[in-house]
Structure formats: structure tokens, C-alpha cells
Design a protein around this ligand. Sequence first.
Ligand SMILES: Cc1cc2nc3c(=O)[nH]c(=O)nc-3n(C[C@H](O)[C@H](O)[C@H](O)COP(=O)(O)O)c2cc1C
Length: 219
Amino acid sequence: MDILEAIKARHSVRRFTGKKIEGEVKEALLRAIDECNEESGLNFQLCLNEPNAFKSRFFHYGTFKNCKDYIALIGPKGMDEKYGYYGQKVVLKAQQLGLNSCWVGLTYNKFKIPCIIGKGESIRLVIALGYGKTQGRARKSKDIMKLCKVDGDMPDWFKKGMEAATLAPTALNQQRFLMILNGTTVTAKALPAPYSKVDLGIVKYHFEIGAGKQNFNWG
Ligand SMILES: Cc1cc2nc3c(=O)[nH]c(=O)nc-3n(C[C@H](O)[C@H](O)[C@H](O)COP(=O)(O)O)c2cc1C
């Protein structure tokens, strides 16, 4: 599965089979996390066989079944876009490895997570992982034209970038972002909403893959 196929195949999955993440899949996941940490300065940590973070029956929305594996996204405050960008890099890698996932900002128990958290760091979000009971399903998306501003004709690379951006997961599927094209410069804006800066990082990662990094610069 190439990365564009992974973008198309990925949907949030909250029910897992309980099959363990091990062997080569585990090793490849750890390598992807190490790479992201090195590039970003964040401190993502893989937690395996830890059933407590998703035990709660408190939440109506976002209930997880059989979720014992996840990545804790740990680091300093004020880095939301980076959490999104690098977190999604790991999400798509996981999809390519045959795993399913779901971003989780709220519906988990932060206090049960057994990670080592450095000075000035905290757990910002987690990414639930595992072998899904299903592959999830496609959800509604806003129209591309409502998510961008383009003067004149829309170049093909920009359209492909927008198509990938609309497939990006956002908190509550809110899609509160705007991409503005000016020549070959694309300015990405997060509109006011909870987690919209994390969403923006996720969206920018998808956009780069769809559009091709060589075709534009971020403004
Ligand atoms: C930053 C962020 C936070 C999220 N928080 C939660 C959460 O707390 N609980 C949950 O069940 N899903 C959560 N989600 C998953 C979204 O509801 C889901 O991505 C969105 O509805 C789009 O669906 P899709 O991922 O299948 O494309 C979150 C997603 C993002 C990007």
C-alpha cells in the first residue's frame, strides 16, 4: 500500500480484535516513532498491552473496545501543529503496516498512562492503535471549494492536495481549516475550534502528499 492508498483507506477505528502488535510490525512502528521524535523534538511513546487508558465507560462519544495499544503524544505545550503533522505521519505508517487507528484528544484516561514524562512536557493526545474489527467507514466531508480560496484557475497539483486534505481526520470531523493559494505559495490557516491547530498539522501532511512538495511552498 503506497502512502496515497493509505490516505484513502484510513478511517477512524475504535473497536479492535485484540491481536497483538508484535514482530516486524512493532519494529517498523518503533522506527517511525523514533524518526518523528528526532525530526520534531517531540517525545512520542508507544504503549503496548496497556488496557487502562481506554477502560472508561464514562464517555458516550468515542467509546473504545479492546484497545490496549496506543501512542502517547508527549512534549512541550504550544506545539499543536507539530503533534498533528508528525502524529499523522505515524498514523499513515501504521495503516501501511496493516493496522487501524484513531486520534484521541478527550475520550481516554490520561492518568492511567504509564509513560515517562520529562520536565516541561505533558501528554497532549493519544493515537489508539490495533487490528480493527472493521476497516471503519468513509464519512462526510465539506466541499473542497468551502475549504480553500483560489484566484483564477485551480492548478491540478492544488486540487490533488485539497482532495488529500479533505481525507484528513479532524476533531469531531470539524474541518476548520482554510488553504489559500497565491501563485505557488499555499497559506494554511486554522480557524477557531478545539484542536484546530492539531488538525491543521494533520491536514498539511496530507496536502503535501497529495500536491507533491516540489510544486509549492508553504506561506
Ligand atoms: C485532534 C483530534 C482529536 C480527536 N479526539 C477524539 C476523541 O477524543 N474521541 C474519539 O472517539 N475520536 C476522536 N477523534 C477522531 C475524529 O472524531 C475523527 O477523526 C473524525 O470524525 C473524522 O473521521 P475519520 O477519522 O474516520 O476520517 C479525534 C480526531 C482528531 C484529529
